[in-house]
Design a protein around this ligand. Structure first.
Ligand code: NAX
Ligand code: ADP
Ligand code: K
Length: 540
């Protein structure tokens, strides 16, 4: 598992650790790790650190201090290091003295600063770290722009210190300008904003430097009190259901799929395709696309009636391609009336948004909502004034948490970074009338939010969401808890898309890297789930 902690937790852990260490020890650990990463990168880029041109962008806080000390270490190895100080009178004293003592220089004036940045081999972004508030301040913006020009024209490497300046550490939100980094060297633990877009995209490849915070952060457990966590191959291998000698198809789980309509039969086929590859023992399909489904997948048990006419299932997927007619409403009602976990997707979400959270009242078994930003906007509009979908996409954690709180449901919010939020602890369904303030992220005392590390923009293709519903439903039917089913399915789905696009299996995701290979269709993603599953089990 990869864990991320909020600024508040990091500060508390740092304070506890610093109380036991000599002054400045933590900053030296951070600077040493940072300089080592930069030195490796410079060696790869130019053959050696000696003679390379490094510019340190230093703000007035400890983030600037880290950058200046790291600059000093690089200068001692023969790099030409120049510092651009955002507020010279407040620059970190010790860091600046160390840089000067190592032969580094200070650049004066904006023009010269920008020129130096544009000619640099490596730019260290130490403008602001976890102490940042809001977007980049105006005086920092031209330097961030110069660093971007240096990347684009000169092939300079931009290395962010702790996090790219301008990215919100706790949420990944970016308000205004921010530094775009190739590599981010972060200290002690990941910050949520490094794992969630848009912040994750600004961060590039993230390297974690151990500064000894682990025991303070974890409180005896790995990842203790993390706000965000991301599954890795080994976690997934432990979650995936594998049949035993005693298994039969019922014990492996039976999933019901209520999807598709005369107008959208394809959605039914795609959801069933996902379901059949997701690990359940059997898939029952209920709806008007029964003929198409069984023609394509003869292993499906079908009925042209609704969920109430279907035999026993252990979970339902309801919604993809259902349309909005009376049959669609009936399918949603009948699925929700069954006392098993229900995943609501696509048109099912649009119907649910018309009714609001009250439609889920009285249910005991879990509900899992899987909206994209547009559907999330509609669901939120039922309990709150509407917000445009871009707002949801740019503040993913906040809106997914809001949705989970408002509907008392597990939420998987799709998009560039898919996030999975657990249902609120006690069923606190909130109605517009008594609604005062939205909960903020992270939820106090809450379980961590899962973010998916395997996503790829190749998935932005029609019908891939239907496939995801099927995979998730299958894992739910197999008995996984909703948060595990949703996050494991998103992981497999992303890995399958990467595998299908690259034409080979087992591709391990690299953050910030350009997507490999060629376009894929939704059905090809479903077919590649098997290869993704294999590569996960092989690594686990
Ligand atoms: N506290 C610790 O023990 C450690 C902290 N470390 C470093 O210290 C950093 C935190 O240091 P600080 O608490 O001094 O805070 P920062 O250095 O992150 O930021 C504070 C400074 O940035 C300015 N600032 C705030 N928002 C800004 C914005 N939007 N645009 C431009 N400037 C802005 C503030 O005026 C303030 O001077 C971490 O990110 C990490 O790099 C590391 O050295 C490891 C140990
Ligand atoms: N830019 C992107 N990067 C990564 N994944 C994406 C991106 N855009 C969409 N996706 C993924 O593609 C899938 C699309 O699902 P959805 O929006 O429901 O489409 P459809 O209704 O056509 O199936 C989701 O899994 C989503 O997370
Ligand atoms: K920074």
């Amino acid at each position: 598992m990869r864990y991320a902690h909020t600024v508040e937790r990091v500060r508390a852990a740092e304070a506890a650790l610093m109380a036991r260490l000599p002054q400045g020890a933590l900053m030296q650990r951070a600077a040493a790790g940072l300089a080592a990463t930069c030195a490796r990168a410079l060696s790869d880029l130019r053959g050696s650190v000696y003679g390379s041109r490094v510019v340190v962008l230093a703000g007035s806080g400890d983030n600037g201090g880290d950058a200046l000390y790291a600059g000093a270490r690089l200068a001692r190895r023969g790099a030409g290091v120049a510092a651009v100080l955002l507020t010279p009178e407040k620059a970190h004293r010790g860091g600046l003295a160390a840089l000067r003592a190592a032969g580094g220089t200070v650049v004066h004036g904006r023009g010269e600063g920008e020129q130096r940045i544009e000619r640099a081999d490596l730019v260290l972004d130490g403008i602001v770290g976890i102490g940042g508030q809001g977007g980049l301040r105006p005086e920092a913006v031209p330097f961030a722009a110069a660093a971007q020009r240096a990347r684009e024209r000169g092939g300079a490497l931009v290395v962010a210190v702790d996090l790219p300046s301008g990215v919100d550490a706790d949420t990944g939100e970016v308000h205004g300008a921010a530094v775009r980094a190739d590599v981010t060297v972060t200290f002690g633990t990941h910050k949520p904003g490094l794992l969630v877009d848009p912040g994750a995209e600004y961060a590039g490849v993230v390297r974690l430097v151990d500064i000894g915070l682990g025991p303070e952060l974890g409180e005896g457990r790995p990842g203790g009190r993390a706000a965000v966590e991301a599954l890795q191959h080994a976690d997934l291998a432990a979650l995936l259901p594998v049949p035993t000698a005693e298994s039969d198809k019922y014990r492996r789980g039976v999933l019901g799929v209520a999807a598709g309509s005369a107008r959208y039969p394809g959605a039914a086929v795609l959801a069933v395709a996902g379901a059949l590859h997701g690990g359940a023992g059997a898939v029952r399909y209920a709806g008007s696309a029964a003929e198409e489904v069984v023609r394509r997948f003869p292993e499906t048990l079908v009925t042209s009636g609704g969920p109430a006419q279907t035999g026993r299932v252990q979970a339902w997927v309801v919604g993809p391609g259902l349309g909005d007619g009376p049959e669609a409403h009936r399918a949603l009602d009948e699925a929700l009336a069954d006392d098993v976990p229900v995943l609501v997707d696509a048109d099912g979400l649009t119907l649910l948004a018309q009714r609001g959270p009250v439609a889920l009242e009285g249910r005991r078994a879990p509900v899992l909502l899987t909206p994209h930003a547009g559907e999330a906007t509609r669901l939120l509009a039922a309990v709150h004034r509407g917000e445009p979908a871009e707002e949801v996409a740019h503040a993913r954690l906040r809106h997914a948490v809001r949705l989970a709180e408002a509907y008392g449901a597990v939420v998987l919010l799709k998009g560039s970074t898919t996030v999975v939020v657990p249902a609120p602890a006690e069923s606190a369904r909130v109605h517009s009338a008594r609604y005062r303030e939205w909960p903020s992220f992270p939820v106090a005392g809450g379980t961590p939010v899962r973010v998916n590390p395997t996503g790829t923009p190749w998935l932005a293709t029609a019908g891939s969401g239907d496939v995801l519903s099927g995979i998730t439903g299958s894992l739910l039917a197999a008995g996984l808890a909703p948060v595990d089913a949703a996050s494991a399915a998103a992981y497999l789905h992303g890995l399958a898309a990467r595998t299908a696009a690259a034409g080979r299996s087992g591709t391990v995701p690299v953050a910030g890297a350009e997507p490999q290979g060629a376009p894929v269709t939704a059905l090809e993603v479903a077919a590649a789930v098997r290869a993704a599953w294999r590569s996960v089990r092989a690594a686990g």
